[in-house]
Every structure is written in C-alpha cells, then in structure tokens.
Write a protein that binds this ligand. Structure first.
Ligand SMILES: Cc1cc2nc3c(=O)[nH]c(=O)nc-3n(C[C@H](O)[C@H](O)[C@H](O)COP(=O)(O)OP(=O)(O)OC[C@H]3O[C@@H](n4cnc5c(N)ncnc54)[C@H](O)[C@@H]3O)c2cc1C
Length: 392
C-alpha cells in the first residue's frame, strides 16, 4: 500500500473510530487511537457507548466491510454467541401487516451484542503492529498553529489523563506527506472540540457556523387503554389467553408542510401494566415472566401512539455552545439549547422556526388524538383508564 503520511490520530475508539483506524493503517506509518473510556476486561457495555445495551445487528454490507478488514472476524463473533444469517432467507420481514416471502439472497448479516461486535474489532485492530490504542484519555482540544497565509494547521491533540494535560503531537510533514487527525465522535462532542479549538481562529470567523443548525425531532407519546369491544369487529372471535401485540405506522403532514409519523403499538395486557411500549420493547420475557404473559387477560388493549415530527432547520433558538460555568476534564462542557416549541408563546415567544415547530407539534398531537378516538370506536377513550402524554 502507498503510504500517504507518517502519522494519523483517531479520536474515539467506538465502531467508527476503530474502523477508521483500520482503514488508515494501510496508508499511514503509525496510527494512534485516543479513547476516553477504559476498555472493559470482558465484552460488556461501557459508559461512552450507552446504546451498547440494546440488541445490535449488522446488515450485509457492514459485516462484509469488517470481514474484509479482519478476515475471520465473523467466525470469531459467531464463536462468541453471535448469529450469522441470510438477511432475506433466514429472517421474517413483516411490512404493513404482510409477512414477505423469505428467499435466499446471499446477503449475510450478523446479530450479536454490541460490546461483542466492538470487542472483536478492537482486539483485531490492536494486534496490528502500526496501531496503538490509548484508553483512559479525554481529548480536550486540537493543537493548532496559524500559518503566514492565515490557514490554521492542526499539529496535534491535547489530552487529559490522570488529572493533567499532555500533548500528543503529529509527525511533521515529510516529502510532501502530511499527518492527519480524524474525529470519530458524536455530534455534540465533535462540536465541543471544534468550538474549543477554533473559537479564535480567523478572527472568530472559523467558529461562526459551528454548533448552528441543530435539528432533533418533535416527540409526543400518547398511551391509552381501550376496551377490547371497541375493536372487537376486527379481532378473532375467541379471546386468546396470551400476550397479543401489534404495530402500525401512520404518516401525516402539518399545514406548515412539515411531516410527522406515528409508530403505533398495541398489546392486550390487562393484568401486566399500562405501558405497551415498555412491554413490547423493553420486556423480553424471561422464563419466569413467560408464565405471567401467558396468563394475561386481554379484555382491554393498551395502545401507545408515539408521534415523531420533523423540526425546522436553521433555527436560531437551537444550537450547541460551550458552558460558561461547567467543566469536563478541565475544559468547558458542551451545552445544547433547543427552541422550546412546547412552551406557550407567552413563556417562550421564540423564533419563526420555533413557531413553525409549535404549529407542527400541535397538528401532530391533534392527529394523535383522532387516531386514539378511531381505536376507541369514537368513544371518549379517557373514561376507560389511563391517559399519559409525555413530551420530550
Ligand atoms: C439504540 C440504538 C440501537 C442501535 N442499533 C444499531 C444496530 O443494530 N446496528 C448498527 O449498525 N447500528 C446501530 N446503532 C447505531 C450505532 O450504535 C452507531 O452508529 C455507532 O455506535 C456510531 O459509532 P461511532 O464510533 O461513530 O460513535 P460512538 O459509538 O458515539 O462513539 C464515540 C466514542 O468516542 C468516545 N469519546 C467521546 N468523547 C471523547 C473525548 N473527548 N475523547 C476521547 N474519546 C471520546 C466515546 O467514549 C466513544 O467510545 C444503534 C444506535 C442506537 C442509539
């Protein structure tokens, strides 16, 4: 492979950073990966990857990219309990209530706990002779120098380790080949590093657009319990004495032109609880719980209507900035501010964009209420039980 530089530093040793380091190892003489967390002894979740507790799967392309980087990697994951399978032949895909016919596709995916996927990649990466992974170090900022033509050059990375700052310098350019830093962090932490590093660069112009155009989504959950009779006409004639569940997607558009959709889940759960979302997504029955689920009566049905709406872009009320009061590893923390479209206009007048979001949210919630009424057979659903509306 042609070397294009002496030294590459990758910030963040999660899946993105580890794979970036593997790609760079073919082209740079030395690759250094810097990670804030300590790596666990066994493949268990760690703080920096909170989603590591969720079930994970790799689709065919992702798996084959990693397999090409580390031949034999899939077998290693399978030996650790992963499940390999044809993503069309071995999986049941259900869309709009219809189970799609399974057929071999030769597209091989892989299901495994996230820490197992990451752990095997990390061990294979650290076995490479030109790669060094340093744990327990938090990157504070990039080290820069401003050149005579006013361009800003990155020359290294400043890390916080054991209560002190240390500089990890890039190898200087040689024979026209330059070293590089790759940031492989999430949105907020990447913005923090960029703002901390470049705030003063180019008389402040470099940082002008950093942290702007922050977009999340509008969320409302409505959970209702309705009597089974309200939907009786569409159900099997005999009550099935076990957990029944169902899911449905509904799309909509507000007068503002912004779109939203509803993920609707339902479960017949009279004796188990009122949160069908929790039952469906968080409670994978253990052997002890299975008996309870089988005994559950379903003379009422719990339905969660989870609304997700599109936010307006370029909202001056929504941004990432540096805290003026709080610090993390001796540098200002990143603070996220979102235009409060849920507050009343009196409490938070907001920008034009926040007001568009406010209208979208209202329209979405109104449709959500109509959907609830449809499920309740046009009867007021509140009379039968609990109504919960949560906003995020
Ligand atoms: C609930 C959930 C389920 C998912 N399921 C799947 C799935 O089934 N299949 C799939 O392919 N993808 C899935 N994803 C997406 C996948 O988890 C992410 O795309 C992936 O983790 C992104 O990796 P990353 O390396 O870019 O960033 P991250 O995983 O966010 O890692 C960032 C890393 O940087 C480190 N770090 C942070 N700040 C610093 C600092 N200052 N200095 C040094 N290190 C720092 C952190 O400790 C961490 O190791 C899921 C995501 C979620 C939230």
């Amino acid at each position: 492979m042609k070397h294009i530089g002496q030294h590459a530093i990758v910030i963040g040793a999660s899946m993105g950073g580890l794979l970036a380091a593997r790609a760079l190892s073919d082209f740079y003489a030395v690759v250094t990966v810097l990670e804030r967390d300590a790596f666990p002894q066994s493949d268990i979740p760690r703080k920096g990857v909170p989603q590591g507790r969720h079930a994970h799967g790799l689709l065919a392309r992702g798996r084959s990219v990693i397999e090409n980087f580390f031949p034999g990697w899939t077998d290693e994951v399978v030996a650790s309990g992963g499940v390999r399978g044809d993503i069309a032949g071995d999986v049941s895909w259900i869309g709009h209530g219809v189970t799609i016919k399974s057929a071999p596709s030769h597209l091989v995916g892989l299901l495994a706990p996230r820490p197992v996927l990451e752990g095997h990649v990390r061990r294979r990466l650290t076995a490479l002779s030109n790669v060094r992974v340093i744990e327990n170090c938090s990157v504070q900022e990039l080290i820069t120098e401003t050149q005579s033509d006013n361009w800003v050059n990155v020359t290294g990375v400043r890390i916080w380790q054991n209560g002190t700052s240390t500089d990890v310098m890039l190898a200087p350019p040689r024979n026209g080949a330059r070293s590089a830093v790759v940031i492989s962090l999430g949105t907020i932490e990447t913005t923090r590093i960029a703002l901390t590093t470049f705030r003063q660069s180019l008389q402040g112009r470099a940082a002008e657009r950093m942290g702007k155009n922050l977009v999340a989504h509008l969320r409302s959950n409505l959970t209702i319990r309705i009597p089974r009779q309200a939907i009786e006409a569409n159900l099997p004639p005999t009550v099935i004495p076990s957990l029944q569940c169902s899911a449905l997607l509904v799309k909509g558009k507000a007068p503002s032109g912004r779109t939203f959709h509803f993920q609707i889940t339902a479960a017949g759960l009279n004796k188990l609880g009122v949160d069908s979302e929790a039952e469906l997504f968080k409670k994978i029955p253990t052997l002890e719980h299975l008996g309870d689920m089988l005994r559950a009566t379903d003379d009422t049905v719990v339905i969660t209507i989870r609304g997700i709406g599109e936010m307006t872009a370029r909202n001056p009320d929504s941004f990432v900035d540096l805290s003026t009061t709080e610090k993390d590893f001796d540098r200002p923390k990143a603070v996220v501010t979102l235009g409060n479209a849920k507050a009343s206009v009196q409490d938070f007048p907001g920008s034009v964009e926040t007001n568009i979001d406010r209208d979208t949210w209202k329209a979405m919630d109104a449709v959500s209420d109509k959907i609830a009424l449809i499920f309740a057979g046009s009867e007021p659903f509140g009379e039968e039980g609990v109504i919960l509306r949560q906003e995020f």
